[in-house]
Design a protein around this ligand. Structure first.
Ligand code: ADP
Length: 455
């Protein structure tokens, strides 16, 4: 069953139950109150008459009672403790056969159904001068009440039926309004499933309801999926392009080696050296690609307390074993603990110091300072720098300022994108200040407390 039909049926069913309860209450109250009122009226009419007949002889009494009767009234007179029951009627076309005689010491009125007719009976006990009790039961057929009950039942039936109709109509309109955005969403999702493309659910205006929120969330999710999909596509095509270029170079040198290598030792030496360099570069690149892929998938991220000063010292010692270049650490504090992934912070420092070493010849400076809740880390070199218009591109994958110089330095164009993704994993920021021919500063800001810590 469709959601819209379900909503309509459930609301209508609920309304029918409520209306039926209300109808029953109204009907019962009406009969009770109308019966009570009619009873009081009949009692107040007959009580004075009964008082009058108290002192009369039997003939005068019968005459008065007879004359007070209408066609819809009859009187039953009984004496408690004896079988004497007498009926007086003035042409009434109903009887009290089967209606038990009332015996009570107090006056009362009751409404009863007899022979499919609604009859009101009032009971008036009377003590005669001799001390015997005589009970008068005046029965009146309530034709007016019957008619009024019919009118009431008709009104209640029509209003109930009308209300249910209006509710069904309103329910179907309401369900259409509620279900419409869901149907649109389903259509869009089916379209996405069929065409395997990224589509958004169309929606107008602004609202605070859940459906609006659901549509907004779905569209945002689509945006992110689309962005991530195109990033992956870009990544794969960039990576294939880079690997292909390297393989083409290796192929070219292999060809030279095959054709002239046996005759010319200089050519042979140069080709072997180039093949070796390119192979090495390709190995580094594949490793970096794996690192980048795993960090973008959020894998292998382990938060710990990391002393940044100590980690910098470790990385500097590592570089001192590989090169004679000067690396100077500037830090006021002896230790600076942040919440981070130790191996990733180490990788970040290696990338930045490696670049500084590659693109400069002068000593390299490493500054660490604390600024409120952040740690600022600056890797500064006095090397070739980056042209101003190229700075904004250096965080793009495989972007190299001048590819010819990187063939010499063995650069892959993946160092800074990896550094950026590490910094972003730590909820930090990275930027570059550089002037061509003067030097470069890579500025990293990392929060001391990682936002996801203790979650
Ligand atoms: P690569 O492995 O080629 O160095 P990166 O992503 O680390 O790749 O750097 C991207 C580009 O930024 C490179 O082309 C490089 O020329 C430039 N670059 C990065 N760091 C520096 C620096 N310290 N000085 C000058 N240029 C730099």
């Amino acid at each position: 069953m469709k959601l819209g039909t379900k909503i309509t049926l459930l609301t209508s069913l609920l309304l029918i139950v409520i209306l039926l309860c209300v109808d029953i209450i109204v009907y019962s109250l009406f009969i009770k109150i109308a019966g009570q009122n009619a009873g009081e009226m009949l009692l107040s009419k007959w009580e004075p008459i009964i008082q009058q007949v108290e002192s009369m002889n039997s003939e005068a009494r019968n005459a008065l009672l007879y004359n007070s009767l209408t066609e819809d009234t009859l009187i039953r007179i009984s004496v408690p403790g004896s079988d004497s029951i007498r009926m007086i009627s003035n042409g009434a076309d109903f009887n009290l056969n089967g209606v038990p005689v009332t015996s009570s010491k107090t006056r009362n009125a009751r409404l009863l159904k007899h022979d499919d007719e609604r009859i009101l009976m009032v009971y008036i006990p009377m003590k005669t001068a001799g001390g015997t009790m005589t009970c008068f039961e005046i029965a009146e057929r309530l034709d007016d009440l019957e008619t009024n009950i019919h009118i009431l039942v008709t009104i209640l039936t029509f209003t109930t039926f009308g209300a249910v109709m209006v509710c069904m109509l309103g329910g179907s309109l309401l369900s259409r309004t509620v279900v419409k955005p869901i149907s649109t969403s389903i259509r869009t999702m089916k379209e996405i499933e069929r065409s395997l493309t990224f589509k958004k659910i169309p929606y107008k205006g602004k609202s605070a309801d859940e459906l609006y929120e659901m549509t907004g969330t779905f569209n945002r999710m689509m945006d992110r999926l689309e962005e991530s999909f195109w990033n992956q596509q870009q990544f794969v095509s960039d990576a294939s392009h880079e690997l292909n270029t390297t393989l083409m170079i290796i192929e070219g040198y292999s060809n030279i080696l095959r054709r002239w290598g046996a005759y010319d030792t200089k050519v042979q030496e140069e080709a072997v050296k180039s093949i070796y360099e390119e192979t090495k570069r390709m190995r580094v690149m594949t490793q970096q690609l794996l690192n980048l892929a795993s960090s973008q998938q959020g894998r292998q991220f382990m938060l710990d307390s990391v002393d940044l000063i100590q980690t910098c010292k470790q990385v500097i010692t590592h570089f001192r074993q590989l090169s004679t270049r000067k690396l100077i650490l500037h830090a006021k504090e002896k230790e600076m603990v942040i919440q981070a992934d130790h191996s990733k912070i180490k990788q970040l420092l290696i990338i930045l110091l490696d670049n500084a070493l590659k693109y400069s010849t002068a000593p390299i400076e490493l500054h660490i300072t604390q600024q409120d809740d952040n740690i600022q880390l600056i890797v500064k070199d006095y090397g070739i720098g980056i042209p101003r218009e190229e700075v904004k591109h250096v965080f793009e994958r495989f972007y190299r300022v001048d590819s010819s110089r990187h063939r010499k330095t063995g650069g892959t164009g993946l160092g800074l994108p990896i550094a950026k993704s590490i910094v972003e994993e730590h909820q930090g920021r990275i930027r570059i200040k550089s002037r061509e021919g003067t030097g470069t500063e890579v500025i990293v800001e990392l929060p001391i407390l990682h936002p996801s810590w203790n979650k």
